[in-house]
Design a binder for this molecule. Sequence first.
Ligand code: ADP
Ligand code: MG
Length: 447
Amino acid sequence: MTQEQWGALQDRLCKTIGENNYKTWIKPLSYDGITDGVAVFEVPTNFMGTYVSQNYGDLLLSQLTSVETDIRRIQFKVANADRPRGQAPAKAKPAAGVSDLLPSAPLESKFTFDTFVVGKPNELAHAAARRVAEGGPVSFNPLFLYGGVGLGKTHLMHAISWELRHRNPELNVLYLSAEQFMYRFVQALRERRMMDFKELFRSVDVLMVDDVQFIAGKDSTQEEFFHTFNALVDQNKQIIISGDRAPDEIKDMENRIRSRLQSGLVVDLHPTDYELRLGILQTKVEAQKALYPDLDIDTGVLEFLAHRISTNVRVLEGALTRLFAFASLIGKRITMDLTQDCLADVLRASERKISIDEIQRRVAEHYNIRLSDMIGPKRVRNYARPRQVAMFLCKQMTSRSLPEIGRRFGGRDHTTVMHGVKRIEELKIQDGQIAEDLELLRRSLEA
Ligand code: ADP
Ligand code: MG
């Protein structure tokens, strides 16, 4: 086979395996010649030789034999190999000296599926995480988990990683934050070890990248991430990504990455609701009781905390820890008074600030009308009643003045708002349906 023929064959390979794979694995090969039916290629590293032979060996051989029928075998030879003759080729694992580019970030031992409390707001994310953790055939790639701070994204990612490692210790599972991905990338650039970097990242079986929003706006890191991502997807390797918002809402993220992130299963962790918070508190209280066996906690305290503390589970946990530590220091049982004393700052900070926008949106949704109709000038009952309900809730649940509220309802006069609020106050007593609507709306806004 001539170099020209090898060139033509490379073009064909590129079409077959895709440009990314081609660039990473085939292009770096240099054709050395054929001796005794063995086609010899030079490769930059042992690892690469093993990898190409395992993954593209058959394909390569069949293509080669179409040009030169008596090729029986392919041999990969490391360029400038200083390995003693007769030594077995390296296994497909990171070679010593380059592995520092790749250690997985440490996993938190508490973040397992066992300790994850499941409720309505996170049941889908939990189910998807479980599925991926079973390590079966890759059915959605990537799995993209998103949600606000402290809702359990990292917890779920670690849980997946623990479970996969437990089920199959051989599996090369790599968990790291997008920030760490960037630092390793920069390190590889600085040390001129991009080839090592690429090989290492392409050799993992499962890649998990936490807080992907971090690389938004960081162009070359995004670019590298994109290539890593594609190479792994092409090899049918599972990828799990988390972010603080949906892929299409991450600013300064390249469109091609966004669409890649959306191409698998996207699930969000909703803000916790009262029931989930209570469930989490009940679970965590057991752990606290083990630490402080002598402490008693009054009934109602957990319910109070679940009601009053924000949706962020981290804050909730912190509050409980503080409460137990405090009570044990002063040697008293945990009462409602003690709780309010000890957690005054947390309780104040998490008082929900409900906005007029939010109220308007919820009310329109509740009555199944368009927001513009509710705020606009139409006077028919279908719109006027919900409008009054929304005004009433704005007066009750925000600290806005009547003129301010009027302005936000299409520039209405403050007397109109006052009239609306009075009307709802009356109806609340006379009309069971309105009373129920108000209660539902209030609860959903406070959740
Ligand atoms: P995120 O990564 O979404 O910001 P984390 O996964 O770090 O949030 O979670 C914050 C804290 O709350 C962790 O200590 C985690 O164990 C805990 N946590 C979150 N959700 C749950 C849950 N459903 N059950 C138990 N603990 C949870
Ligand atoms: Mg996190």
